[in-house]
Write a protein that binds this ligand. Structure first.
Ligand SMILES: Nc1ncnc2c1ncn2[C@@H]1O[C@H](COP(=O)(O)OP(=O)(O)OP(=O)(O)O)[C@@H](O)[C@H]1O
Ligand code: SF4
Ligand SMILES: [Mg+2]
Length: 370
């Protein structure tokens, strides 16, 4: 894997998280697997913001949770500040967990409605022995609220007394309470009104500048990650298909999937909007329990070629300037040597082993996810 220049804080190597699909009342037989995360390599520098985007069900949350070991990886490694997190147990794991925190997508369901804000913030501090001195703890609570722009009186209130944006601020304060180095923010603003989204994004940026935090920001909305991210990784069916700095991704998307995603974003200028080419993806996102052979995108790819695409899985490889792409034909596409064509949606056979309950959640079209 190509490591980004600078001081690497997080290194993920060939990470896989496969969930077993169980069947049977008497014997709990494993009849298949959901390949939620299936071979992810990435490295994140200290102080960097890494945006992770992709359609619903492509494995973003599972990857985020596996980084923090909230999901047990099936294989592969996660190195945090040089230590393999998968090998840690007991006290060591608890210590590492303090340094890696998560902001959850839905601030309402991730905050216990029966706990006051004070007790929510104290919980993590207590678990890590950071609440020993009573006076210092009270000072710290006030500091945390000030940092996320909430009044001191919030301490005695309960989650339902706040608006969605304020609840997300409580979620951010809870993550900050234990002084982490890395924060994985899972769709931190998708549950919020557009008018409040910018405030929360600005808050995350300010906190990063003050505290030197490193972020992984998960989103299905490319517009959200564009402004906040230094680099962006695009995920499709459990793996990264493209990764580069935010500007290059928008200026020069190379993977056919990224091109389709970007082509679905409306352009404000009506003249450009009328003439721009939209790439429509044929067919639905295949099930992660039965991913297509070869390149996982071949069933929907307008650039698909007769050889390699449906037989060989392309590796994520660097094609210059730190830009990584998982496509056999990335250079030919970039240089216009091959052109897109109409795609006949290919039927992806569903295995009988599939548990319909575990299929991908509601999958949006490219236009809907942007
Ligand atoms: N605990 C679990 N057991 C079984 N399957 C799971 C589990 N958690 C997630 N999955 C499946 O793994 C796949 C990836 O799910 P994940 O939640 O990581 O996707 P996502 O990209 O975060 O989607 P969204 O944008 O909707 O949040 C989905 O098919 C999902 O149904
Ligand atoms: S490897 Fe083939 S199917 Fe996959 S993205 Fe590239 S051209 Fe499309
Ligand atoms: Mg998710």
């Amino acid at each position: 894997m190509t490591r980004p220049a600078g001081d690497v804080l997080l290194e993920v190597d060939d990470l896989k998280v496969h969930f077993p699909i169980k069947r049977g009342v008497v014997f709990d037989r494993t009849v298949g697997h959901v390949y939620a995360v299936d071979g992810v390599d990435l490295a994140i520098r200290r102080g960097e913001t890494y945006g992770l985007v992709g359609e619903s069900g492509c494995g973003k949350s599972t990857l985020g949770r596996a980084i923090l070991r909230l999901n047990e990886p099936t294989s592969g490694s996660v190195k945090f500040d040089g230590t393999d997190v998968a090998q840690l147990k007991g006290e060591e794991l608890r210590k590492a967990r303090r340094r890696m925190q998560m902001i959850f997508q839905d601030p309402m369901s991730s905050l216990d409605p029966r706990q006051s804000v004070e007790s929510i913030l104290l919980e993590g501090m207590h678990a890590h022995g950071l609440d020993k001195d009573k006076e210092a703890t009270q000072r710290r609570l006030r500091q945390l609220l000030a940092a996320v722009g909430l009044p001191e009186t919030s301490l005695r209130k309960y989650p339902h007394e706040f608006s969605g944006g304020q609840r997300q601020r409580i979620g951010i304060a809870r993550a900050l309470a234990v002084e982490p180095d890395l924060i994985v923010a899972d769709e931190p603003v998708s549950a919020l009104d557009v008018s409040v989204q910018a405030q929360v994004v600005n808050l995350l940026e300010d906190l990063q500048a003050q505290l030197g935090l490193t972020y992984v920001v998960i989103a299905h909305d490319l517009a959200v990650v564009r402004h906040i991210s230094d680099r962006i990784g695009v995920m499709y069916l459990g793996a990264l298909v493209e990764e580069t700095d935010a500007d290059s991704l928008y200026r020069d998307p190379l993977h056919p999937y990224t091109r389709a995603l970007l082509s679905a974003i409306p352009v404000p200028d009506p003249q450009v909007e009328d003439t721009r080419e939209q790439i429509l993806l044929a067919g639905d996102l295949p099930s992660p329990a039965n991913p297509p052979s070869g390149c996982r995108f071949h069933t929907r790819c307008p650039w698909k070629q007769a050889s390699l695409c449906d037989t060989d899985r392309p590796q994520l490889r660097e094609i210059g300037g730190g830009h990584r792409v998982a496509c056999h034909y990335a250079e030919d596409i970039r240089d216009g040597r091959i052109q897109p064509h109409e795609v006949e949606p290919e039927l992806v056979e569903l295995s009988g082993a599939l548990n319909p309950d575990l299929g991908p959640p509601d999958v949006g079209t490219a236009a809907e996810i942007l």
